[in-house]
Design a protein around this ligand. Structure first.
Ligand code: 5GP
Ligand code: MN
Length: 341
């Protein structure tokens, strides 16, 4: 894959002189959002820019090992107003790993207040909103980290990818591809892995940090969800699971603990689609996964005010848990009637 030459030149023009820059990633930032922000931040800083990485809320604890992650400003609970300050004075705002401002939640009104900054999108989600001065939108890319790696390679040369950048980029490339197993993985993704590996990163260490560093509560919560809460219907082809606030408390839930649970029903033969509902204080977070041609991006858009990718999407519900589940089951029926399932 290549980033269009015109876009590279446009970006080069924007970055010709040092600027004050803000990098924004989405709410509930994952490995790809954080990794792409940190790597892009590092290369921009090395080229003389003043850069602040801002995330709307805290990243999961198992990403704490990522190089320079402490430098990220977490907007929610940021009593010093560092995010406000950075956004207000930014000349350029980069949005990484999301396609609609609604994914910034409370931060989006802050962005609206800065009307002079150039806005640049670097993303791989479907159907991006159009209000950017420059859009590097590549839905076929398996991760935003892969896009950032390509950008650095094409703009500055692969030798500018440092070990810390490589570590950050590898996290997103690995997590967004389900360990390099999804159909979005191309030969060029493996070429890029080889470029990253050559910087001396330890792939086994990264793997252990991301996948084998959870709490005991998380393991027990997982057992509870699969054993007690997984409902399978529609002839064994559709599943859903749910977690109430009370259950989260019981298992000492920490942000990120339920990441990946939604994938598990898809390990069952014949399963086509899976949903996970997690209760938050003012809404229920909806997470959807599917196999093959089943389009959960459309499902999330239609029924849960969300979006994402064809096989991984999400949204929100403002109903009770019980009604959310009923709604889901009814929507599955409608989807099947239309031949979409
Ligand atoms: P996850 O289930 O891992 O939270 O999200 C899966 C995918 O759906 C991600 O690519 C994410 O960006 C997208 N997604 C999750 N929640 C929302 C949402 O509320 N709105 C939109 N538009 N996309 C979402
Ligand atoms: Mn991503």
């Amino acid at each position: 894959m290549q980033i269009s030459r015109n876009k590279i030149e446009e970006l080069r023009g924007l970055l010709e002189t040092p600027h004050r820059i803000v990098l924004l990633a989405h709410t509930n930032p994952d490995g790809d959002a954080v990794g792409s922000s940190l790597a892009w931040c590092e290369i921009l800083q090395r080229h003389g820019h003043h850069v602040t990485c801002v995330v709307p809320n805290r990243y999961p604890y198992y990403l704490d090992f990522m190089p320079s992650i402490d430098s990220m400003v977490v907007y929610k609970g940021d009593s010093e107003g560092r995010a406000e300050e950075a956004v207000r004075h930014a000349d350029i705002i980069f949005c990484l790993d999301f396609h609609t401002m609604s994914r910034l939640e409370g931060l989006s009104s802050l962005i609206d207040e800065n009307q002079h900054a150039k806005r640049v999108l670097i993303d791989h989600h479907l159907d991006p909103v159009e209000d950017f001065d420059l859009m590097l939108s590549y839905p076929e890319a398996s991760s935003t980290c892969y896009l950032v790696a390509l950008l650095v390679e094409q703009m500055y040369g692969a030798e500018h990818i440092t070990k810390s950048m490589a570590e950050n980029l590898f996290v997103g490339m690995m997590t967004d591809t389900g360990n390099f197993a999804f159909s979005s993985v191309t030969p060029d993704v493996f070429r890029m892995v080889s470029v990253l590996a050559a910087t001396g990163i330890s792939i086994p260490d990264i793997h252990v940090n991301v996948y084998n560093s959870f709490t005991e509560g998380r393991a027990r919560l997982f057992g509870h969800v699969i054993n007690r809460k997984m409902k399978i219907f529609h002839n064994g082809t559709v599943a859903h699971m749910s977690l109430t606030a009370d259950e989260l408390r019981r298992f000492w839930f920490q942000q990120g603990d339920s990441e990946g649970f939604v994938n598990y029903p898809l390990t069952i033969k014949k399963m086509k689609m899976s949903a996970m509902f997690t209760e938050h204080s003012d809404f229920i977070r909806v997470s959807l996964r599917s196999r093959g041609d089943i389009d959960v991006n459309l499902f999330a858009q239609r029924y849960f005010n969300g979006g994402g990718h064809r096989n991984a999407a999400g949204g929100k519900s403002f109903m009770t848990m019980e009604d959310t589940i009923k709604h889901y089951e009814a929507c599955v029926k409608e989807y099947a009637r239309e031949g979409l399932l």
